[in-house]
Design a protein around this ligand. Structure first.
Ligand SMILES: [Mn+2]
Length: 292
């Protein structure tokens, strides 16, 4: 019998963003009990202590992101070792470096990890290319082994993902340097235009097939700004023209109960912009669509 428990790991981190508001996202979700019906209907659904830095952490944002990423990767390793299913709730998207580095380390050297990355952005800057120098815009590049070594070497040296094992979905705002980096590596990007033409169900099914082909397991990282800000105001960096909530939950439900899905991450929740907490409800619905 499969009794895999789902463990919610909040990451109180805004160190990778210009505005630290997202660091309070997990606490709001927990205290206002947005996931409480999942706790009641799923016997093995529970919150772990949040991952956060102490007051004496480094003022340098790279060091702070590296430190919290290392803590998160260790926490992920403990839960996967127990056979639990980590649901990571950010925090800004820089926590993805810790999440997926931790999952990769737990899989072992020989096993490849696939990743589907929902985002309005490409998150594939380097310190050289980034106009803002914010690390949440560099997280995917770091996981692909491109970036500052303090970040690329979390939970093991270098790349955690092969470009062919990664797909982005929902992209509509990026700089040319990011597009050039990903094109050079050969990462498949499903832009919003392509999603509009082909439909999210089709695109998500194709992405799963691509990243599942040579991998032992896969993950899903959802930046809430992939969703349309007209529906979901509570995100870190809103960009018009995104996915609709129902469309995304419908597509994700295709992966419901998939044993190869090793972890889920939902990030960039900004509770201060979340009028009437509608986006908190979106987080709930996204979890419900995927968690068995
Ligand atoms: Mn992102």
């Amino acid at each position: 019998m499969d009794i895999r428990k789902t463990v919610v790991i909040g990451v109180a981190s805004g160190y990778g963003a210009g505005d630290p508001a997202c660091q309070d996202g997990p606490e709001v979700l927990k205290n206002l009990r947005f996931l409480s019906d999942l706790e009641q209907s799923h016997a093995g659904f529970y919150w772990d202590d949040p991952v956060r830095l102490g007051p004496s952490h480094s003022p340098d944002s790279i060091d702070a992101v590296a430190e919290i990423g290392t803590l998160l990767a260790d926490r992920i390793g403990q839960h996967l070792g127990r056979g639990d299913f980590p649901l990571v709730v950010g925090g800004d998207h820089s926590c993805a470096i810790g999440t997926w580095s931790g999952v990769k380390r737990a899989l072992g050297d020989q096993a490849r990890l696939g990743l589907i990355w929902f985002d309005a952005h490409m998150d594939s800057h380097t310190f050289e290319s980034s106009p803002s120098k914010r690390i949440h815009g560099m997280a995917l590049a770091c996981l692909l082994g491109v970036g500052d070594r303090r970040l690329t070497d979390i939970a093991g040296a270098g790349a955690k993902l092969l470009p062919s094992d990664v797909c982005l979905i929902g992209v509509r705002s990026f700089e040319s340097e990011e597009a050039a980096l990903l094109a050079g590596l050969g990462v498949r990007i499903y832009s919003m235009d392509e999603v509009g033409r082909r439909g999210l169900r089709t695109v998500f099914a194709e992405a799963r097939e691509r990243i599942g082909e040579h991998t032992a397991a896969f993950g899903i990282s959802i930046d809430l700004d992939a969703l349309d800000p007209g529906e979901e105001p509570g995100v870190g960096s809103p960009v018009c023209g995104g996915l609709l909530r129902n469309e995304l939950t419908d597509a994700l439900s295709q992966a419901h109960g998939d044993k190869k899905l090793r972890a889920l991450e939902i990030v960039e929740y900004n509770p201060y912009r979340d009028t009437r907490f509608v986006t908190a409800r979106a987080i709930h619905d996204l979890c419900q669509s995927l968690i068995p």
